[in-house]
Design a protein around this ligand. Structure first.
Ligand SMILES: [Zn+2]
Length: 374
């Protein structure tokens, strides 16, 4: 009797929470306004952490390069705020893009109103959605694997600082690959227990064979430095190999690739670092676009979780400059590789709606929203 009461009050609570979530626009379940979109077998979502429109302008000027992402046929925008703050952090920003909900800053793939329920009810990420559909899923980052953005696509935790919980979720996940810089609680033994090949170098990455599942733990300093004289792959090489491994799944794949150091160097107002990493990230986008062009069934979406540094242009001095060492609340780009994916050029979407539309592109129907694990 008591259990019955607990159970029924739980379901009432759940129903209320789902309603509240919808009411606050957390679930991102509104149609994008574009009904005619194609579904794609594969989706590659590329997130430049902290990459705003002016990050791109500064990169073109300082690195004297053109950016391939700007040649993509659709440029929409994402409104990056979280549920609780006008300025998001990478955890709530990552969760919006991964799970299609807005939550509180610091949250990794959990609801704002019942974060402690993450063992029995949480919003599922695009990686989990893809896996449910029989697809392979992978997460690649230049951050630590337990960083807020990769974590949002492969873990559920009430706080981004719960490194151990996040790493264990990832090592126990059904993802095909989780690659990034080394995280404290990730061990070769625990990875092997769950069928992951543990590796740390470019040579080992390149030797990974088809059908394998792998957990990459690269050297942080090498990744940050963007130099040739080490055995750590560039983000473009990681992207190429990750696609190569994931595309063996005949049902398709979902891959998230994050360029994390754009944000990290912007926090210290280091233009050389942030623009070097934006240029490297763009090379990874080129790899994804080349694959999509050849494959014909792959959509590439490039966006950011938020802008970092408040980059502004001074016309008199003809130079870009930082106005803050923090994140800002400005809209960020959403570049899409095809015009038939339901993203409208120039339109601003809530960050969570970007995720919802990507789920639709992977075959989600309206009854699949909100995407909740019960
Ligand atoms: Zn940041």
């Amino acid at each position: 009797m008591f259990m019955l009461a607990v159970k029924s009050s739980l379901s009432v609570l759940l129903a209320v929470l789902v309603c509240i979530s919808g009411w606050f626009g957390m679930t991102g379940d509104k149609a994008t306004g574009e009904e005619n979109y194609k579904t794609y077998k594969n989706v590659i979502l590329m997130i430049g952490d902290g990459m705003g429109f002016n990050t791109l302008e500064a990169t073109k000027k300082l690195k004297n390069v053109n950016l391939v992402m700007e040649t993509m046929p659709v440029c929409s925008q994402s409104e990056t705020r979280s549920l609780t703050n006008k300025v998001t952090d990478s955890a709530a920003g990552g969760t919006a893009l991964a799970c299609g909900i807005r939550t509180y800053n610091g949250a990794i793939g959990v609801f704002a109103f019942n974060p402690f329920a993450n063992n029995w009810q949480y919003p599922i990420s695009l990686s989990e959605f893809a896996i449910e559909r029989g697809k392979a899923a992978g997460v690649v980052t230049t951050d630590e694997t337990s960083g807020a953005t990769p974590a949002s696509f492969s873990a559920h935790a009430i706080a981004r600082t719960s490194e151990r919980n996040i790493s264990y979720d990832q090592m126990e996940s059904d993802l095909t690959l989780v690659w990034g810089c080394a995280s404290e609680s990730v061990t070769a033994e625990k990875c092997a227990e769950n069928g992951f090949d543990y590796f740390t170098t470019r040579a080992e990455m390149n030797a990974l064979s088809e059908g394998s599942r792998s957990f990459g733990q690269f050297n942080w300093d090498d990744v940050a430095a963007v130099k040739d004289d080490n055995d750590t792959p560039y983000i473009a090489e990681m992207t190429e190999k990750a696609i190569d491994l994931l595309d063996d799944d005949e049902d398709g794949f979902f891959l998230m690739v994050e360029g994390a150091h754009i944000d990290k160097f912007s926090h210290s107002n280091d233009f050389n670092g942030s623009t070097s990493h934006t240029a490297e990230f763009d090379k990874a986008i080129q790899v994804a676009l080349d694959y999509a062009a050849k494959d014909g069934e792959t959509l590439v979406v490039v966006t950011a979780d938020h802008e970092t540094g408040g980059i502004t242009y001074n016309a008199e001095k003809d130079e870009y400059y930082y106005t803050t060492g923090s994140h800002t609340g400005v809209n960020v780009p959403v570049f899409v590789s095809a015009t038939d994916a339901g993203f409208i050029d120039g339109k601003a979407y809530k960050n969570c709606e970007v995720s919802t539309q990507i789920a639709r592109i992977m075959g989600a129907k309206e009854e699949d929203f909100p995407r909740i694990k019960l």
